[in-house]
Design a protein around this ligand. Structure first.
Ligand code: ASP
Ligand code: MG
Length: 423
């Protein structure tokens, strides 16, 4: 049987944390079990690499190289601290990846930004997994490292690439399964893939959870465990709500709804591959593996407390038909098509006879395009800096408490869920 583990950036964010990985693996891996481990880029490396891509694309080559130099130093220092016997081999592997990026940074950008973004940003997970794989080997945990770009085939929609499941499934069967001996471990990356022309792609920020779930699906794994620096899934963000409680058990639907409304629990795409094969997802605390964490599965869960999600940086776009022609299906259909074209997703929407109000995430360039296009048929008003409150399984007390002192601009209520857009 296979199991899949995923360690997030926080679990690989420092030397001390990386030292914890073999401790967890030894304690959690039963003998005879085959474990595939997906590891994110170390700490804030992905953000740092984004800065490199921006500097490069902005024509600031020296700045890009300087920023990349810091990332190199960081990884070499980490490797030096952790490794003795395997240091030189790991250093050689890291340097190959450094060269991959530097070679590109010395060119001039001639393609679109998203392409360069992916070629640069994908390096983060390759570096972290190289170090961890070597460290595990040195800690007596035999493992096979593999570049997931050789497994995960995607389309060329850079920064938001879609996985080609057919090709990827064939490669998992042909190239991943044989890597396992009876009791082996495979270490690989999440979040990245490559096109049929061997160009690197990324699956969208925080995409490692998704990769891990796809692996679990394709391997028919018995479970996926995501190791985080929190106790499990909470009913609210503890940074915003200090009395947030841990949820021991959830079902897939609940989690997908929470993620959809903006809870930063798990990448929203993660659930489908698991749900489709009825694979349970465990969210466990990396700092203390003895804590029970949260289990997410297919069965109904009763008696959940109110689950609260606050989404900041919301925009309210109000559209009012100029000639009163926005009545009936065609007007609405046209607007939905426009949302698709400019790639915005309504978080909350209210339609009237000749007007429509929609709450969106503030992606300034997209909102501007939307406003421009819509201005042909509508008077457009935009208000920024709003907060969208969503409460699942709400009670009136919680709703009143959380909306006190704010002005309500838009509200939608079902027996299950209430949403309020607040100023
Ligand atoms: N390293 C990537 C990110 O920070 C992917 C991930 O961690 O899931 O977005
Ligand atoms: Mg992460």
């Amino acid at each position: 049987m296979f199991k899949v583990f995923k360690f997030g950036g926080a679990s690989a964010g420092s030397i001390d944390r990386i030292r914890q990985i073999p401790v967890i693996l030894r304690a959690s891996k039963a003998s005879g079990q085959r474990l595939l481990v997906v590891i994110s880029a170390m700490g804030k490396t992905t953000n740092a690499l984004e800065k490199v891509a921006e500097a490069f694309f902005g024509g600031h080559k020296e700045e890009a190289l300087r920023l990349f130099g810091q990332i190199k130093d960081n990884h070499l220092t980490t490797a030096k601290y952790l490794l003795v016997h395997n240091y030189l081999a790991a250093e050689a592997q890291l340097k190959d990846f450094f060269t991959e990026v530097e070679w590109l940074l010395h060119d001039k950008p001639v393609r679109e930004f998203d392409y360069y973004y992916d070629q640069i940003v994908c390096i983060g997970e390759l570096l972290s997994t190289s170090i961890v794989s070597a460290f595990l080997a040195e800690s007596g945990i035999g493992n096979q490292w593999i570049d997931v770009r050789d497994i995960f085939r995607t389309d060329a929609n850079f920064r938001d690439a879609a996985i080609d499941m057919t090709v990827t499934a064939q490669r998992v069967e042909a190239d991943i399964v044989p890597l396992f001996g009876d009791d082996d471990m495979v270490i690989t990356q999440g979040f990245i893939g490559s096109t049929q022309d061997n160009e690197s792609t990324t699956l969208g920020r925080e995409g490692s959870d998704y990769t891990a779930a796809v692996f679990a699906n394709l391997l028919d794994a018995e479970s996926l465990t995501i190791w985080k620096d929190v106790e499990g899934v909470m009913n609210a963000d503890p940074k915003q709500f200090p009395d947030a409680k841990i949820l021991r058990e959830l079902n897939y639907d609940e989690v997908i709804e929470m993620a959809y409304y903006g809870a930063q629990v798990i990448h929203p795409k993660t659930i489908k591959p698991l749900q489709n094969k009825d694979i349970p997802l465990y969210v466990k605390c990396f700092l203390d593996a003895s804590l029970p964490g949260t289990v997410i599965h297919n069965n109904a869960v009763k008696g959940l407390p109110p689950i609260i999600v606050l989404k900041k940086e919301q925009v309210l776009v109000q559209l009012h038909s100029k000639d009163f022609s926005f009545v009936g299906e065609t007007g609405t259909a046209k607007l939905y098509a426009l949302f698709g074209q400019v790639r915005v997703k309504p978080n909350l929407m209210q339609t009237g006879a000749v007007s429509l109000q929609v709450c969106l995430d503030d992606r300034p360039a997209r909102i501007e395009r939307l406003a421009l296009e819509a201005a042909n048929d509508f008077d457009v008003q935009i208000e920024r800096g709003l907060t969208l409150l969503t409460i699942r399984h709400y009670d009136m007390g919680t709703l009143t408490r959380l909306t006190a002192g704010s002005q309500e601009l838009l509200k939608q209520q079902t027996p299950q869920t209430v949403q309020v857009l607040m100023r």
